[in-house]
Design a protein around this ligand. Structure first.
Ligand code: SME
Length: 160
């Protein structure tokens, strides 16, 4: 049994430090990418409040394909450049969207989603996946969330 518990009421820097440590520990001895993405999705879901979707899209043959996640069933294939995930993959940069309704081409997998954070995972300079977090709250994600997830994406690039 794994018992990674976020401490209640901790500040965001501590939360992301704990999350990062848990991600490292959970994936350290496991070479299977799917298993690691599945546990990482569960960990993000457990540690980060106010999410309605947390998971991965993987780059397969030049498009994004749904990977392990927690949340409602989602769009399976997303071309580079489409939606928030496609924008992150095409630009290899984090997309932090305060209001998804104002994002041109946003793909609504869950009508409840109001804000979104998508962080590319790069290996040897190429995007191999994106981490997608959705929230039913507008402006749920701030620059500290983006930096925290980017650090995890960087650390996990060789394990997913
Ligand atoms: N909203 C995303 C699609 C993926 S779902 O949110 C899980 C987008 O616009 O790319």
């Amino acid at each position: 049994m794994y018992t990674f518990e976020p401490t209640m009421g901790q500040d965001k820097a501590s939360l992301y430090r704990d999350l990062h440590e848990a991600a490292q520990a959970l994936t350290a001895d496991e070479p299977d990418a799917i298993a690691n993405m599945a546990n990482l999705a569960a960990l993000l879901w457990q540690f980060l409040p106010d999410l309605n979707w947390a998971g991965f899209y993987r780059v397969v043959d030049g498009e994004l394909v749904l990977g392990p996640f927690i949340g409602k069933p989602a769009c399976i294939r997303i071309p580079f450049g489409r939606g928030v995930c496609g924008a992150a993959a095409a630009s290899a940069t984090t997309q932090r969207v305060e209001d998804v309704h104002a994002f041109p081409g946003h793909i609504a997998c869950d009508a409840a989603s109001r804000s979104e954070l998508v962080v590319p995972v790069l290996r040897d300079g190429a995007v191999i996946a994106v981490i997608d977090l959705d929230s039913p709250l507008p402006s749920r994600f701030d620059p500290d969330d983006a930096a925290g997830i980017e650090a995890i994406a960087g650390a996990m690039a060789g394990r997913i």
